[in-house]
Design a protein. Structure first.
Length: 274
């Protein structure tokens, strides 16, 4: 079993490197704090984890907190503690020497997810539930720009953004509001052409990949990756089928342009075109 998992890792890294060398020449660029701002540091087991939202990041942070001795079990850690407790250090918080030392000696890993599924998961989480950041900041701007005859109420609250409107915003080169880490490219968040990741896990094979990674770093044997759904736990996880239902609301050209938007992520992480 380990043998096949090692093989899968070698293959994922090969595809990633090939894509980088084909499309990018930035492997000679200097790594700046910006490039490592999404990377969380666990000094005890010497792990660097690049956070990709909607690909198991809450549960990964729980695992890092347990490894670090900040909690005895992943079950005890609340969502808000994970995301707003500032218990985990980020790599950009260290000086130049500290950053390079960790990049050169720690095990660097990231977990990714099929780009369209990740996108739909983010949309459902941020726009289909009450949210006092995404509705006023993104929702208002999206509705006022892309909805004809929007009601005063919709313009006031920014609630009720439709998937089609969200996609219009995403594909608009003159976006009314900036990008957000929940729908940005993995390529931009984690700079895989600049940082040589040791381990590339996939959301689709999360349990197997995560526990293999924990085995590789010598984590305590009783620590396994938690499988619970972090938020809206009564709601079905975003699946391929659910993703297709959302994308069915778009025109063929919007679907193609969405694919083009995430083209590098599809290529780099070897996901087939939906």
């Amino acid at each position: 079993k380990w043998k096949s998992l090692y093989q899968i890792q070698r293959e994922r890294k090969r595809v990633m490197k090939e894509t980088c060398s084909k499309y990018k020449s930035n492997n000679r660029r200097i790594i700046t704090p910006y490039h490592v701002s999404r990377i969380f540091v666990e000094d005890k087991y010497r792990v660097l984890y690049c956070e990709v939202p909607k690909a198991g990041c809450s549960n990964w942070k729980r695992v890092l907190m347990v490894l670090n001795g900040l909690a005895s079990s992943t079950k005890d850690i609340q969502h808000n503690t994970v995301h707003y407790g500032n218990y985990l250090k980020r790599l950009d918080g260290f000086d130049h020497k500290g950053i390079y030392h960790r990049l050169n000696t720690y095990t660097k890993m990231l977990f990714i997810r099929e780009p369209f599924e990740k996108l739909v998961s983010a949309f459902r989480d941020k726009f289909e539930h009450p949210n006092n950041y995404y509705h006023p900041v993104f929702g208002k701007a999206i509705i006022s720009r892309y909805r004809v005859n929007a009601t005063k109420e919709a313009l006031r609250t920014g609630s009720g953004v439709k998937f089609k409107e969200f996609i219009q915003y995403l594909l608009d080169v003159h976006r009314p509001v900036g990008m957000d880490i929940h729908w940005d490219h993995v390529n931009r968040l984690c700079s895989p052409c600049l940082i040589d990741y040791d381990f590339v896990g996939k959301f689709e094979s999360m349990e197997e990949d995560a526990n293999f990674f924990l085995h590789l770093i010598g984590a305590p044997q009783n620590l396994t990756f938690p499988t619970f759904k972090d938020r809206h736990s009564n709601e079905e996880r975003t699946t391929t089928k659910i993703t297709q239902q959302y994308f069915a609301q778009l025109s063929p050209s919007q679907r193609q342009r969405s694919y083009d938007f995430y083209y590098m992520d599809y290529l780099m992480f070897n996901y087939s075109k939906p």
